[in-house]
Design a binder for this molecule. Structure first.
Ligand code: ATP
Length: 354
């Protein structure tokens, strides 16, 4: 397996800058995810790693060696194009063998490789069965074995499970994460699903318009977004973003409880799970708001609130005793508030020294 690095890589298509001066380092054996909206440049990055697209400028390194001049075959990187669905007319074993048979790998090598992958993925006892006789989870393990049966320097996957239904998608991403960790493959993964990216990646890069806006562990990026753009892309329901009206006197409609606002801040962000809404009682601290709608989701409830001109969302555990059109008091742990400048970049909170 190998590390993968870009150094100031740019790729243009006519007037479109698909990838704009991008640099990153993916470590050996890392599960790395590119996440961003459609047309942000994710697939073009994968194609340049693979050697199907050439950069206009910049350098690409695999295993520390420059590969700009190497053909796809010489780079030994495998793209998993197809989604992780099995061929129904083949047994599990025929499915797993397929990528090697297609590449005319000698039979003894195929046998050895299928045996090795089957042992690692614990599917040896399933190999004689057709997909129809496998459970959903078993089918996904076999499909992943087929995707991983080659032994390249790194695997690339472009939205491989988006075609599956929601339940199977959840199962498959857990399997994939576990298997990647067990096998220790470098895996570069593209998705436009924020939950998938957050749950699956060791580290991720957030893309916008050909730029990487932030790179890091999903939890670090979620807790410390460097811009409003990144803050908004991660989390469901989305972060509440509010304009600051008059500096430290108050944040629009949210009482900041005397929190010092950093100089230059023009807006704040509060994650729905950090916003507390409690039944209003006179004399209670907090910003008055009205309950607009309540959405029970089973384990959680999303409460939409109106405070002045603003609509805010709070994510609460279980089934809170909150009714539509009643008055509530809003509060938030001030340490969980994000501050942003007019250009959308984040500001560090003022250190109180306490
Ligand atoms: N072969 C091409 N010819 C012309 N323009 C291209 C080509 N490939 C990509 N682009 C353009 O480059 C930009 C980035 O596209 P890319 O496919 O890399 O984005 P993406 O983030 O993978 O999108 P999606 O999630 O929709 O696959 C887009 O504006 C796209 O139209």
């Amino acid at each position: 397996m190998a590390s993968i690095s870009f150094r100031n890589v740019t790729r243009r298509f006519g007037n479109t800058i698909a990838v704009n001066n991008v640099s990153f380092d993916i470590a050996d054996n890392e599960f790395f995810c590119f996440f961003g909206p459609p047309l942000s440049g994710k697939s073009t990055i994968l194609k340049m790693i693979l050697g199907l697209e050439m950069p206009d400028s910049g350098e690409i390194l695999i295993g520390g060696k420059p590969v700009n001049a190497l053909s796809p075959a010489e780079r030994n990187v495998a793209m998993v194009f197809q989604n992780l669905a099995l061929f129904p007319h083949m047994t599990a074993e025929q499915n797993v063998r397929f990528p090697l048979v297609e590449r005319k790998v000698p039979e003894d090598k195929i046998r050895a490789r299928v045996a090795a992958v089957s042992e690692k993925l614990h599917i040896g006892h399933l190999l004689h069965k057709p997909p129809a006789q496998l459970s959903g989870g078993e089918r996904q393990r076999v499909a992943i074995a087929r995707a991983l049966v080659r032994d390249p320097a790194a695997y690339l996957m472009d939205d491989p499970i988006s075609a599956l239904d929601a339940r199977l998608r959840e199962e498959t991403r857990v399997e994939l994460k576990r298997i990647q960790r067990e096998l220790g493959h470098t895996l570069v993964y593209v998705t436009h699903d924020q939950e998938e990216a957050m749950s699956i990646a060791d580290r991720m890069a957030i893309m916008e318009n050909g730029h990487i806006r932030q790179t890091g562990k999903p939890s670090e990026i979620y807790d410390h977004p460097e811009s409003q753009y990144v803050a908004r892309l991660l989390g469901s329901p989305a972060i509440n973003l509010l304009a600051l009206n008059n500096g430290s006197a108050g944040a629009g409609t949210i009482d900041l409880g005397g929190l010092a606002v950093p100089a230059g801040a023009s807006g704040i962000g509060i994650r729905p799970e950090d916003l507390k809404a409690e039944p209003w009682t006179s004399g209670k601290a907090g910003t008055p708001a009205k309950v607009f709608e309540v959405e029970p989701l089973g384990g959680y409830t999303v409460v939409t609130l109106t405070a002045g001109e603003e609509k805010l969302r709070a994510l609460m555990r279980g089934h809170p005793d909150i009714r539509v059109d009643t008055d509530v008091a809003l509060s938030c742990d001030p340490r969980r508030i994000h501050f942003f400048k007019p250009d959308g970049l984040a500001l560090a909170p003022v250190q109180s020294g306490q």
